[in-house]
Design a protein around this ligand. Structure first.
Ligand code: FAD
Ligand code: NAI
Length: 472
């Protein structure tokens, strides 16, 4: 007989595992189907984020930043270090240990919340009397409510065979066995910049080829301009507006033929190549048609503002639906749908979801960019304050970047905050809180910020919207 549950979640990435935990907290009998098997052959929870995304990439970022600091930045503190070398194997095992701890942590949370983990590929089979039937491995489950959180996978380019040895997507790029002498990257997006920076700091000569004419077009223009200068100054070679042609793999490496914006034909020879040209939703063989659902033309599952599909008891969340492909966006959607199933009335303000690019310095923003406000014809004022005028930043040797606050010209409501700096991922949380509370720039300006701290730059930028920054 089929197992019966109140809530079945398909996928245990950050969207799905959080949805399962919240549903269990709310008293529902909850099961979560997850098929991920790691390279050791173990079934694991956590999805892309924990296994081959956010967590391992940030572990390698931290290791490479330590190496870079010792090589280039401790001398100014009067510290000299000789014979610095890097053991990529040890660095990778540290990353794997962190991933292992985190994925085991979710197993613990599942046990604690009495969530049944169904190991294997889930396929929706149909519905009967509002019960959704899903096959997971040998087992059939009937669910009163279904939450689809199947996530996304790397988009590959036709004619560019990813083997995750020589030509890598995010999975191979996180597990290179040695620092390549010459690393090519296709795509100057989030992954290209984060992982390109990791291997550059470890000593690779990194060349990034990007199709779009404008660098980081989603960012505020002042941020993308500053970031381009900083990253190329650090040694990343970034070419914009290219058209990728033939990509030839040999035992020694890869040759990428491409044409430049001016039309000339060029070749990039490299030892390893990372392809980071975006991600596509996982909806293949899911059986959506068996319950009358279909994906849109890009493969996403259509949902309303509350992540409900056209079936009232079927929801979809995370990377498999519209909106930014970010772990915290998926987590919030997971909480929201579990609470909706429980009859609550939660809501997400998608304009208040922060973005972070974990380069060095980091880039973070929330809300609208200056170019968006201009396009909307909205009257706004901007306040900018540089970290170069902040004592803590100077003491830390992290004085690059700035905070820019955009506020409504009449009401002073904060409309967007854009940061380039060390620790921007933490600083942006204050901006997200302020925007959720519909704060004005004056609210931030009147709040006491600790001294000396990087957060003082946020306050100074708020004061600068009214042309009254104190320390500049
Ligand atoms: P996923 O994490 O993709 O999880 C989906 C799960 O569903 C998978 O475990 C999959 O095995 C399972 N599944 C799929 N189909 C089935 C099926 N039919 N049956 C059973 N199980 C199934 N985001 C950030 O916010 N911050 C970052 O710093 C960040 N860094 C990243 C770095 C990299 C290199 C990458 C690739 C991504 C990064 N992201 C980051 C994006 C983030 O990983 C995703 O937005 C997030 O993982 C999406 O969560 P999800 O639960 O929707 O999907
Ligand atoms: P992306 O969308 O950030 O960047 C892809 C880049 O590749 C774009 O600039 C695009 O113009 C370019 N591109 C596309 N086709 C191309 C082609 N044929 N030739 C050359 N360039 C081409 O995608 P990315 O970096 O793969 O990351 C996927 C997603 O994962 C991100 O959008 C983000 O949602 C998530 N992510 C989030 C992180 C974070 O929050 N810090 C870190 C890493 C990933």
């Amino acid at each position: 007989m089929a197992k019966s549950v109140d809530v079945l979640v398909i996928g245990a990435g950050p969207a799905g595992y959080i949805a399962a935990i919240r549903a269990a907290q709310l008293g529902f009998t909850t099961a979560c189907a997850e098929k991920w098997v790691n390279p050791k052959g173990d079934n694991v929870l956590g999805g892309t984020c924990l296994n081959v995304g956010c967590i391992p990439s940030k572990a390698l970022l931290a290791s490479s930043e330590e190496f870079d600091k010792i090589n280039h930045h401790v001398a100014e503190h009067g510290i000299s270090v000789k014979d610095v070398s890097v053991d990529v194997g040890r660095m990778t095992s540290r990353k794997d240990e962190i991933v292992g701890k985190m994925t085991k942590g979710i197993e613990f949370l599942f046990r604690k919340n009495k969530i049944t983990w169904l190991k294997g590929q889930a396929t929706i089979q149909g519905q009967n009397n509002n019960l959704i039937r899903v096959q997971v491995g040998e087992e059939v489950v009937e669910a009163k409510n279904l939450i689809i959180a199947t996530g996304s996978k790397a988009r590959h380019l036709p004619g560019v065979p990813v083997d995750n040895e020589i030509i890598c997507d995010n999975e191979g790029a996180l597990s290179l066995k040695a620092v390549p002498k010459r690393l090519g990257v296709i795509g100057a997006g989030v992954i290209g910049l984060e992982l390109g920076s990791v291997w550059r700091r470890l000593g690779a000569d990194v060349s990034i080829l990007e199709a779009a004419p404008d660098f980081l077009a989603a960012c505020d223009e002042s941020v993308s301009k500053d970031a381009f200068k900083l990253f190329t100054g650090q040694g990343l070679k970034i070419q914009m507006g290219v058209k990728i042609g033939e990509v030839k793999k040999s035992a020694k490496g890869v040759e990428v033929h491409y044409s430049t914006a001016s039309g000339s034909s060029e070749t990039l020879a490299c030892d390893r190549l990372i392809v980071s040209v975006g991600r596509v939703p996982n909806t293949d063989n899911l059986g959506l048609e068996s319950i009358g659902l279909a994906t849109d033309e890009r493969g996403f599952i259509p949902v309303d503002d509350h992540c409900r599909t056209k079936l009232s008891n079927v929801f979809a969340i995370g990377d498999v639906v519209r909106g930014p492909m970010l772990a915290h966006k998926g987590e919030d959607e997971g909480v929201m749908v579990a609470e909706i199933i429980a009859g609550q009335k939660p809501h997400i303000d998608y304009n208040c979801i922060p973005w972070v690019i974990y380069t060095s310095p980091e880039i973070a923003w929330v809300g609208e960019t200056e170019q968006q406000l201009k396009a909307e014809g909205r009257s706004y004022k901007a306040g900018v304050f540089p970290f170069a005028a902040n004592g803590r930043a100077l003491g830390m040797g992290e004085s690059e970047g700035f905070v820019k606050i955009l506020a409504d010209a009449a009401s002073d409501e904060i409309l967007g905050v854009h940061i380039v700096s060390s620790g921007a991922s933490d600083l942006i949380a204050e901006a997200a809180v302020a925007m959720e509370f519909k704060a004005s720039a004056e609210d931030i300006a009147r709040i006491c910020h600790p001294h000396p701290s990087l957060s003082e730059v946020m306050r100074e930028a708020a004061l600068a919207t009214d042309k009254r920054a104190l320390n500049m």
